[in-house]
Design a protein. Structure first.
Ligand code: PLP
Length: 454
């Protein structure tokens, strides 16, 4: 939307705009909420529910939270909202065309994972896929006489952690593996955790907050040796690094459309043929009755296209994005005193950098950077606003104050070298400003102590 004479404005809720205006010190001058003369901008509804603030170039470094839908993906989806509106279960031509599109998408997702199409079940996203894998295996293995046990890690996404906590309430025993300071599980600890009643190991492939990649192949070997099913939450690895379900002996794998430049609200669960998984939903005959519900054809088509494009561009994207991430991280660590990158000693997804800036509150940094046009995160997007420090960062051994001082920068296909230059200009200055305001930084930071002892 335009703002008239050269200046562009963007829409926000009055609350967000006023908070930004207040924090930025730009006060009332920049916010249409306080400037009635701006009310004609864009010809939008002017019922007090919207506000306009000056538009700026925005840099998005939060791709682990979500990614933009690729143009090719949107183009592939669009016909299924209008002309191709058939129900994929109908036997007439409308339905069969939709069915064909769904099955093509199943092949595309399978190919990305080195799986067979019949091993792919479409779901509503990563959360449903994780839930289905965990509750499905446990239900299929439990009997009244049989006590069952599940092994997972302390740094899983809430979709796995909260599922496991729910299982515990239902009497299932769960072991949460600790991780090293780089966020890796210890394979010997995993071996020791296995019990005769263990039915499932659920360990994520790549971590959403620090990007650490677990040794899936070795975990798969341990699971196979003990005849235990292995589920992996691969929501953050699929599309970023190669994922091969056969090479890693994984039985179940969760992925999500909106993390791979596909639409939100769609995902998939890979289930190796022969794996015993109970169904969780009951209804019609969709997806062989195993996951009933009329297929969201457009979203599934989008997921399939996104999977195909990810397979084709993965190598090139990983190399380019990895080089940008490394430059950002190395430069930040060398330019900003008292900061360190988390998980940097382990294999990581190439796009993720999590940095602790001693003496600041990451929430304040995220707001300060947003004011300068840079979007990043304090950790998992779903936990923003939660007062608890990140469970991932405390699990790798950070003190609570350090965990609260950590920000995640996650790059993506749209990130350019110019974005990184801009980020390198913005972030050190913002950290410096916050540290000047910090009551604790000067007295406790090693750099400050070094300075005072000079
Ligand atoms: N697992 C991981 C590692 C994630 O990062 C996310 C989302 O952030 C999920 C699961 C949940 O996926 P969805 O948003 O598709 O439900």
């Amino acid at each position: 939307m335009g703002g008239g004479t050269g200046t562009e404005y963007e829409k926000m809720t009055p609350d967000a705009a006023c908070i930004i205006a207040a924090i930025s010190g730009r006060g009332k001058t920049n916010c249409h909420h306080h400037r009635p003369e701006r009310r004609e901008n864009g010809g939008e509804r002017q019922n007090g529910s919207l506000c306009y603030v000056q538009k700026m170039r925005r840099i998005y470094l939060d791709h682990n939270a979500t990614t933009p839908v690729r143009t090719e993906v949107l183009d592939a989806m669009l016909p299924y909202f209008s002309g191709e509106y058939g129900n994929a279960s109908s036997i007439h031509t409308f339905g069969q065309r939709a069915r064909g599109a769904v099955e093509t998408a199943r092949e595309q997702v399978a190919e990305l994972l080195n799986a067979s199409p019949q091993e792919i079940v479409f779901t509503s996203g990563g959360t449903e896929s994780d839930n289905h894998a965990i509750f499905g295996v446990v239900r299929a293995s439990s009997t009244e006489q049989r006590q069952v046990h599940v092994i997972t890690s302390a740094i899983e996404h809430e979709a796995v952690l909260n599922s496991c906590q729910e299982l515990q309430k239902q009497g299932v025993q769960v072991t949460y593996l600790r991780v090293s300071s780089d966020g890796l599980i210890d394979l010997e600890e995993l071996r020791r955790a296995v019990r005769p009643e263990t039915v499932l190991i659920s360990v994520m492939h790549a971590n959403n907050e620090i990007g650490t990649v677990q040794p899936l192949k070795q975990i798969g070997e341990i699971a196979t040796e003990h005849k235990i099913y292995l589920h992996t939450d691969a929501v953050q690895s699929v599309g970023k690094i190669p994922v091969d379900v056969q090479g890693s002996q994984v039985h179940l794998l969760a992925l999500s459309g909106h993390k791979i430049y596909g639409p939100k609200g769609v995902g998939a669960l890979y289930i190796e043929s022969g794996t015993r998984v109970a169904q969780l939903l009951f209804g019609g005959h969709h997806q062989r009755g195993f996951r009933p519900g009329t297929e969201n054809v457009a979203a599934i088509v989008g997921l399939g296209k996104a999977a195909e494009l990810a397979r084709l561009s993965l190598g090139e994207d990983a190399a380019r994005i990895g080089a940008l991430r490394n430059r950002l991280e190395q430069q930040l660590v060398s330019r900003v005193p008292d900061c360190h990158a988390n998980g940097a000693g382990a294999a990581r997804t190439p796009n993720t950098s999590n940095i602790t800036f001693a003496g600041i509150e990451a929430e304040a940094l995220v707001i300060a950077l947003d004011l300068k046009g840079l979007a990043c995160s304090t950790g998992a997007a779903c936990s923003s606003g939660a007062v608890q420090p990140s469970h991932v960062l405390t699990a790798i051994g950070l003190r609570e104050s350090e965990a609260r001082a950590s920000a995640r920068f996650s790059l993506g296909r749209g990130t350019t070298s110019a974005d990184i230059d801009a980020a390198l200009a913005i972030i050190p200055a913002a950290v410096g400003q916050l540290r000047e305001l910090s009551p604790t930084y000067h007295s406790s930071s090693p750099a400050a102590l070094r300075q005072t002892s000079k």
